[in-house]
Design a protein around this ligand. Structure first.
Ligand code: F6R
Length: 645
């Protein structure tokens, strides 16, 4: 790190910039790429770009297309080399990276086809080595990569250099990690369909690029990103090898940056403005570090952990301990909709009105019960008028086998009944389509409809356990999803209008939503953005004055303890009901046997809720079986987390 590195970033071994959001980051990088291309064009040189696939660069490519269309940016002298390709997939396969790049970028710009290079995933095994060698030679012949764009996988891979890849590795055939294959399962309509091998540029190949920019959006990347930036380089985390590069940068959003020390524990890397929220975060962290309940923290614990300044400002220790203890205590409530006729000064939710009109948005069927199944049941039991809105049908996530079982059942029914039930014709058609479908073909409308119906059935069964009446369930089937495919979703006016109409009809006092910290290109991320836009449209409506928006999480990740604003304890019985509810989302269970390190969603949810309860217990609050946690949506324009300096 050079002497200009701000104190707060001393631990960062790679310059990392936190952008306001993915869109802003992509806009910036697209502008830089355009400037590079124009500069080289002027000098009569070609520009050689290394490109990545996946969700991460999708918005970058949309920006480059826009610059081409609106500002005349020409790609005639651009030469591209993609990082990787699945091995064994023909170019025409919907998930081949060759096809991805053409659909997302090349078909929409003026790049000459001969300038496009993607590793060939179709060469016979015996020729792979030679093909990889030629790929590297071609990069060198083009003058080497001017700029390499990267994403990062949850395993820490760049390209498909999975853990274990050496710093000097070259373009080669690799085996994909289990976690990587699971992450790709949705795209391939089932984990079993995901190839086991890929061809990837090596770490050494990537490091030869003159400039490298790695992009990361969404909190799923936060942990691995922080390790790549702050931990010493190691084979176990190939992205960490980028640390040695003279011109590497990371552009990330706040969610992906959330595990960096300057964001998560800023007091460890410099002096901070001790806001109440930061003090709470630091005290909770300290208690966990020294394994003591909050009320047993001593002066020396504070000073030994870089928090003496906090004590000077807000101490003495015992007084601060009591304040934070009370704050944490006040997050706990068995009345997620507010306790009627009770003093609500220190309760997360207000007592009146009671009952409340509650709207729970669920990006797909199952997100609701996974994130807040126990709370949902309580809300209904406590007399609130709860409406569940499934924003999408979730049909893309239903494996063919499930659809085939459903048609079999319908056909069986039609045979046994005297007359032909109305659905028989439909079932026959879908049955035929499923039989005729080649692997990975996209689903015709009828199959998608049936798969959507399967998810509806599962959702109804799950909600029955949460005592939600069928009349309280809405399936919004938002158009962005019904007309789209993964990685090609685009929010349209009709999506926002549909959610606005629902909100205006239901006029909720409480809204529960999720997806705020997800990858903005994921279904949950897009669904959240639609809600955000709908709330902006309805901001002036009278009902919004009396409406609170609560956020719940996916089972994979809990709120930071100090960020929790409402903790709803679940009794052992309630936890069991919740698991049973999740269990009804049968089509969402893993399609192949899961390894010991990979869990089913219900297992994750159970573990997560138990873990949150354990933390509350360790902090000295109360010992519950499980806890579901929520926080309020921060007001528009306010920063969730200090973005570091
Ligand atoms: C893609 C690639 C991968 C991805 C990484 C992140 O060409 O090489 O390293 O960048 O797996 O994937 P997404 O962007 O889908 O989260």
């Amino acid at each position: 790190m050079n002497s200009y590195t701000p104190e707060s970033q001393q631990r960062e071994r790679i310059p990392t910039e936190i952008c306001s959001d993915a869109e802003a980051g992509c806009l910036r990088l697209a502008g830089e790429i355009a400037a590079l291309i124009r500069k080289n064009d002027k000098a009569g040189r070609s520009t050689v770009l290394g490109l990545a696939t996946g969700s991460t660069p999708v918005r970058l490519y949309r920006q480059l297309i826009r610059l081409h269309r609106e500002e005349g940016l020409s790609f005639r002298r651009v030469i591209t080399f993609n990082l990787d390709e699945y091995y064994g997939l023909p170019r025409t396969h919907p998930e081949s990276y060759w096809r991805f790049m053409h659909e997302q970028l090349f078909n929409h710009i003026d790049i000459p086809p001969e300038n496009v290079n993607v590793p060939d995933g179709t060469v016979p095994r015996g020729e792979v080595f030679e093909s990889c060698r030629k790929y590297e030679q071609k990069i060198r012949d083009a003058g080497g990569l001017d700029l390499q764009v990267l994403g990062i996988g949850r395993t820490g891979h760049v390209g498909f250099n999975e853990p274990g890849s050496g710093r000097d590795s070259r373009t080669r055939l690799v085996t994909l990690d289990n976690l990587t294959r699971r992450d790709a399962a949705r795209d391939f309509l089932g984990e079993a369909n995901v190839p086991h091998h890929a061809i990837t540029m090596g770490v050494g190949t990537i490091l030869e690029a003159r400039e490298i920019v790695l992009l990361a959006w969404g909190e799923a990347k936060a942990r691995v990103l922080a390790a790549a930036v702050e931990q010493p380089p190691a084979d176990s985390l190939p992205a960490s090898f980028l640390q040695g590069h003279p011109a590497v940068r990371f552009l990330v959003d706040a969610a992906a940056a959330s595990e960096l020390t300057r964001v998560k524990h800023p007091w460890l890397v410099g002096s901070v403005d001790w806001t109440p929220a930061l003090a709470r975060r630091a005290v909770v962290w300290l208690a966990q570090q020294v394994r003591k309940p909050v009320l047993k923290l001593l002066e020396e614990h504070y000073s030994e952990h870089g928090m003496a300044e906090l004590l000077i400002e807000q101490g003495p220790a015992y007084q601060l301990n009591i304040r934070i203890f009370n704050e944490l205590q006040h997050t706990i409530t068995g009345w997620p909709g507010g306790k009627p006729n009770a003093d609500d000064t220190h309760r997360p939710e207000r007592a009146a009105p009671h009952p409340k009109r509650v709207v729970v948005f669920s990006p797909e069927p199952s997100d609701d019960v996974l994130g807040m199944g126990g709370t949902l049941r309580r809300l209904v039991e406590q007399g609130h008028e709860v409406t569940i809105i499934y924003q999408t049908s979730g049909n893309l996530a239903v494996p063919d086998e499930e659809a085939a079982m459903a048609t079999d059942l319908m056909l069986e029914l039609s045979r046994s009944a005297s007359g032909q039930p109305a659905g028989a014709e439909f079932a026959r058609k879908v049955h035929g389509q499923l039989g005729a479908k080649a692997a990975y073909d996209s689903d015709p409308d009828e199959i998608r409809r049936l798969k959507g119906l399967i998810r509806r059935g599962e959702a109804r069964a799950a909600l029955k356990i949460c005592t939600v009446e069928p009349g309280q369930i809405r399936f919004a089937d938002l158009p962005f999803y019904e007309k789209g495919r993964y990685r090609q979703f685009r929010i349209g006016d009709a999506d926002v209008a549909a959610v606005v109409a629902l909100l205006r009809e239901l006029k909720p006092h409480q809204v529960f939503a999720t997806g705020e910290l997800d990858d903005p290109n994921s279904v949950a991320g897009i669904c959240f953005e639609i809600i955000r836009q709908a709330l902006a449209v309805t901001r002036a409506d009278a009902w919004t004055k009396d409406c609170r928006v609560w956020l719940y999480r996916s089972p994979a990740k809990e709120w930071e303890t100090a960020e929790i604003e409402m903790a709803v304890p679940l009794s052992p019985r309630e936890l069991a009901w919740k698991i049973q509810a999740i269990y009804h989302h049968k089509s969402q269970r893993s399609q192949s046997p899961v390894g010991a390190d990979l869990q089913e969603a219900w297992q994750q949810a159970e573990m997560r809720n138990r873990a949150t309860a354990k933390i509350y217990d360790q902090l000295g609050l109360a010992e519950y079986e499980a806890i579901e946690a929520f926080r309020r949506l921060p007001a528009e324009g306010s920063q969730r987390r200090p973005a570091g300096r």
